[in-house]
Design a protein around this ligand. Structure first.
Ligand code: HEC
Length: 448
């Protein structure tokens, strides 16, 4: 959840950084062409907001993502770094150039010739779009690494298929989708800035600017459904099944996250379009800051739900068909079952050491050290003991035998088990799995 909150904010700002980068010079060009000096003044204000949002909040949340994913998923993070070393290096050089252009653009308003200033704006737009061109390859790789990369994965030859992994099956539809989101974000944030213009004193210019900003939502309105369809079509059937699994079990109240999140995306997006049309486009002079903030909040929900769907589609993998969400590789499963999880896993915590501190804060740990470490190593990337997706709630009312049966299913999933679709196989020797069972049972409140 920490990753999700940071990442959703980052996704909004980073897309804004690209869309807004195009919005500014396009608005500036329009103002110069049509002789609207008062627009230029307002655009300077917008570019200050832009610089602070992207340069401070965008950059901070970006670094925060690295901190949080490195902690939550060290092996997944390491895999991405090693496979795309040059991708990352290029990305960071571009970030530097991008930030420099954003600052130069803001600080040179009215100081250099108009044409040159405009050119700086377009340069910024081009460079910031390149950041998407690169990160998009790495993000889509995780969902659809593609046959070629999977063919050499783990062999040490991954670098030889860099471009096949980078331009993977969902690369282009995702680039199209994200570009649309960038354009919409530019419109939504421009609406927030221009909503603050005084409808009485600056009625005419407020009307012009609010209406022009509202139009930036049109490309998404018309093209988003097609791009979304294209994207889902490129997702492997095995992962797309997770969506229908959600739909077919909606009545039972299990595994419905994907469906629920898709509905949130649809509803919030529709509400944004209607609200922008009725409240901003039709009544630009009365369009208020509070309303604009509400639209930003809806965009936050839509972004969160959509990214949530994308992440859930990948379950139980962090890199589809190669590495599970808990960091285990598919190829390691047999070895873990034979030699034991602790013998083979580099992430298994220090064997058998219980400090006074851990036994105090976590009494179950003291009683079931092996079981707890199995849980920490294999389940805790998705479950907690008492909080989010908690074991004590999910296992409520079960006795030790039925917990054992669940673990049996997780260990040797039979075809068609819904568990298999969301969770990695449970690995380990029979003794380790028994230890996990006792530990899990100790979490059930009022259990017998
Ligand atoms: C990749 C993420 C992920 C991992 C890793 C994971 N789970 Fe789950 N698990 C889920 C999801 C998603 C659900 C469905 C939750 C819901 O219905 O709210 C779930 C549900 C469950 C349930 C409830 C099943 C039911 O029928 O109600 C149990 C029990 C469970 N997990 C145990 C485990 C154990 C034990 C491990 C470690 C060996 C584990 N999980 C690892 C994602 C995961």
């Amino acid at each position: 959840m920490v990753i999700a909150i940071i990442a959703v904010i980052h996704v909004m700002i980073s897309h804004f950084a690209i869309g807004g980068g195009l919005f500014l010079p396009m608005a500036e060009a329009k103002a110069l062409r049509e002789g609207k000096p008062e627009w230029l003044k307002k655009l300077k204000g917008y570019s200050k907001f832009f610089l602070v949002m992207t340069g401070v909040f965008g950059a901070m949340t970006g670094v925060a993502i690295w901190f949080s994913i490195g902690l939550a998923s060290p092996s997944g993070t390491s895999l991405l770094i090693h496979n795309f070393v040059f991708g990352w290096a290029i990305e960071w050089v571009i970030f530097l150039v991008e930030l420099a252009f954003a600052a130069a653009y803001y600080y040179t308003w009215n100081r250099i010739p108009d044409r040159l200033h405009l050119r700086l704006g377009y340069l910024y737009a081009g460079v910031s779009f390149l950041t998407l061109v690169i990160i998009n390859g790495i993000l889509t790789f995780m969902l659809t690494p593609g046959e070629t990369w999977l063919g050499v994965a783990g062999s040490g030859q991954e670098a030889s298929v860099f471009f096949q992994a980078f331009f993977n099956p969902t690369y282009w539809p995702s680039l199209a989708l994200r570009t649309l989101v960038c354009i919409s974000m530019a419109g939504i944030f421009a609406l927030t800035v221009f909503s603050r213009l005084d409808g009485e004193k600056e009625g005419k210019i407020k009307k012009q600017m609010v209406q022009w900003s509202a139009m930036w939502l049109l490309p998404s309105f018309f093209l988003m459904p097609f791009c979304l369809g294209w994207y889902l079509w490129m997702v492997p059937a095995s992962q797309r099944e997770l969506m229908s699994l959600g739909i077919s079990t909606i009545g039972m109240g299990v595994f419905t996250q994907v469906t629920r999140m898709s509905l949130i995306t649809l509803m919030t997006s529709a509400t944004i379009v209607v609200a922008v049309y009725l409240l901003a486009y039709r009544n630009p002079k009365d369009f208020r800051f509070g309303t604009a903030l509400l639209i930003v909040f809806l965009a936050f929900l839509a972004t969160g739900a959509t990214e949530g769907v994308r992440e859930t589609l990948r379950k139980p993998y962090v890199v589809t068909d190669f590495m599970y969400s808990n960091g285990m590789r598919k190829t390691q499963v047999d070895g873990f079952n034979q030699t034991g999880f602790f013998a083979a896993s580099p992430w298994a915590p220090d064997k058998g050491k219980i400090t006074a501190e851990t036994s105090e804060t976590n009494p179950s740990y003291a009683l079931h050290p092996t079981g707890f470490r199995m849980f920490a190593g294999q389940c805790m990337s998705c479950h907690t003991t008492d909080g989010y997706r908690s074991m004590s709630a999910l296992l409520q009312g079960r006795n030790e035998e039925s917990i054992g049966n669940i673990l049996k299913m997780l260990h040797a999933p039979s075809g068609g088990s819904p568990y298999q679709a969301f969770m990695p196989p449970l690995v380990g020797t029979p003794e380790e799995i028994d230890a996990l069972r006792s530990y899990l049972h100790s979490l059930v409140k009022g259990g017998n």
